[in-house]
Ligand binder design. Sequence first.
Ligand code: T68
Length: 831
Amino acid sequence: PKAGERKAKAERLFGLMDGFLKNDPLSLQTDILDHVEYTVARSRFSFDDFEAYQALSHSVRDRLIERWHETQQYFKRKDPKRLYFLSLEFLMGRSLSNSVINLGIRDHYADALKQLGFDFEVLAEQEGDAALGNGGLARLSACQMDSLATLDFPAWGYGLRYQYGSFRQVILDGFQHEQPDYWLNFGNPWEIERVHVSYPVKFYGTVEEDILNGQKYKIWVPGEMVEAVAYDNPIPGYGTRNTINLRLWAAKPSGQDDMESYNTGDYINAIVNRQKAETISCVLYPDDRSYQGKELRLKQHYFFVSASLQDIIRRFKEEHNNFETLPDKVALQLTDTHPSLAIAEVMRVFVDEEHLSWNRAWDIVCKIFSFTTHTIQPEALEKIPVDLLGSLLPRHLQIIYDINCNFMEELKKKIGLDYSRLSRMSIIEEEGPVKNIRMANLSVICSHTVNGVSRIHLELLKTKVFKDFYELWPQKFQYKTNGVTQRRWIVVSNPNLCALISKWLGTEAWIRNVDLLMGLREYAADADFQQEWKLVRRLNKIRLAEYIEAMSGVKVSIDAMFDVQIKRIHEYKRQLLNLIGIIHRYDCIKNMEKSDRRKVVPRVCIIGGKAAPGYEIAKKIIKLCHAVAEKINNDPGVGDLLKLVFIPDYNVSVAELVVPGSDLSQHISTAGYEASGTGNMKFLMNGCLLLATADGSTVEIIEEIGEENMFIFGAKVHEVPTLRDKGSARKPSLQFARIVRMIREGYFGFKDYFGSLCDAVEGNGDFYLLEHDFESYLEAQASADKAFVDQKRWTQMSILSTAGSGKFSTDRTIAEYAESTWGIEPCKCPF
Ligand code: T68
């Protein structure tokens, strides 16, 4: 009878809701206008584009919420093993277009809006990016969320809701300036604030002992407490009703904290001090891959970990009363070492709060964590000074010491008293002026699986970064080559190409099953297909050219080859090699007979990317780019043969515009330095040709589409160490030396300022082997020119790039993780 009553009540409530929201034009228009009136609080007779965007987003959000509820209730009922994806960074970009496409109602909205006198695309442009991350790692996390939802996996993402995301890059006089990104100032319709989902997070204090049933227990008596409040961001899958959740935490003052000060009479100061709690989730740390032990950063990491785990454990305990079954119900994925304090936190909760024995707790912990490293240089591995951790999280320091002590004992039994190896594998780094916790060692020791992000990355992990661990536990080490989601990187950002692909494949099924793109190979040389392909690419180039002119005032020719390098500025990514190549091209044009200039393939070189605020060399590269651009673009003798533009404030939505409009893209890191790279995959999918080194995932791209369809150059991974050792004994490149001299001697101005840049690429200073790779770089560039002249061949290569890009979808990456790392299965919500 109880079940019957419940059903009747459910039916009545559902009836009151009038069923699910409808998607016919009239219903959509009514919804949008209602939101104009009641949510945005503008009159339905007078509202601008931004207000229309707000109302439209709320109407989409309503539909997301419906599916979110359905999905979560279904997961609850089915109780499958769930994946919790922990990442400190997510670069989600814009949500509107992606949401309506995944919900399958983009055209419905576009039609409805048209009748109201609005253009969907214009409104979509109103949205700012959610830029809660720095670069590849953060965008990968976002792409993976899209695939998790689309493949119906019972997964949740957890992250931090930074009030200020990635800084806004403003260029003044060619120099980068960083400005705060006030992304929440105009509200964020894509999140749902959960005021009732909040947890206290503790810091500082002391560890004391207590006795319970004759057993001694540690109790952490904290010195500070803040509250973590949940903000949920629905992530809809494509072609499914499943909508998963990205739960982001924001710090708020705790209701329990600091009651004492209220009696001291200093009420105002007490309030002001409490407000400081919010600083914890205030700002995203820019990508500084050399780790400095910063207290606020550590606080952020623990804040994130503690809130997420309280939430996860609470959900588990609602349905289960025995932690032994936790590994059958929960998989915890660590995105790099940033969330790896979670390991110590789970041990603390189990032992100190749930009173499990250490060994039982340890047993469970070793079965739930998997760790993916995105790092490749040993010196970039995260370390936390012992003193810092001891003061902020005293109990966690004890736990980490205990884990290490047990591990060392086990290890001695296996490898004997090889002290140098024991010390390399220890979680505690004893050498050096301060003792450090090696977060990577902690993560490897406690995770059941360690993943690299490309095949070559795993090789380097096995032979270099984690060599000692690999020898101990070879079966722990795997790789899952990264991917990108074709929903964002073709369907949303390149709608014309999307339509063309579907037309020739005769199906839209490739949007969920991207391997079908292979079917395009058949038409690669078909004249009609090529014609349509070229037209789509040309329209995208026009769109990009308009953007370039609006941003920089530079007019560029659509007939030129658009040659693009957009990514974070790092020495290892070698934007400087690109610039030296551009100067060389300029120099050649200048020194050419007028009659020979006709043979030059016109180029528009486009560079974009942010430099970390404290990374001096990277900032100088940006300045050099502007100085060179100034000279070239204003040289009347060069005209359309060569242009150089820097696109400021590179982010996801800028990439969505630039990638489809590019002919050639550069991925030219020193071999062995890019763990995977994912930009290459976005360009590949969009039919842009790659000029690249055999590094990271490019090695696998070569296997998929063939070296003859790309421009590959430079030293191979295994050659790099020897070449570096040879240093200045290598054969010098006169062309290279000439260009560096031009920079050094002030040909582009700022003579003294660029000196240190030149030092970093000359003689023994040339750590990233720019000089060594320069000649073969020029050869690859010359081959690209040659191929571009033959448009038939170029278009064929372009089609074959898209056709061969199927492997590089996060759908494949996620399916591999699900099967061989997380042990989760799809849980598809019925219609
Ligand atoms: C990138 N890493 C890799 N790190 O460089 C890239 N790091 O090769 C790979 O494709 C990508 O991860 C995805 O696997 C990063 O993006 C960071 O952003 C970062 C930020 C803070 C501290 C350290």
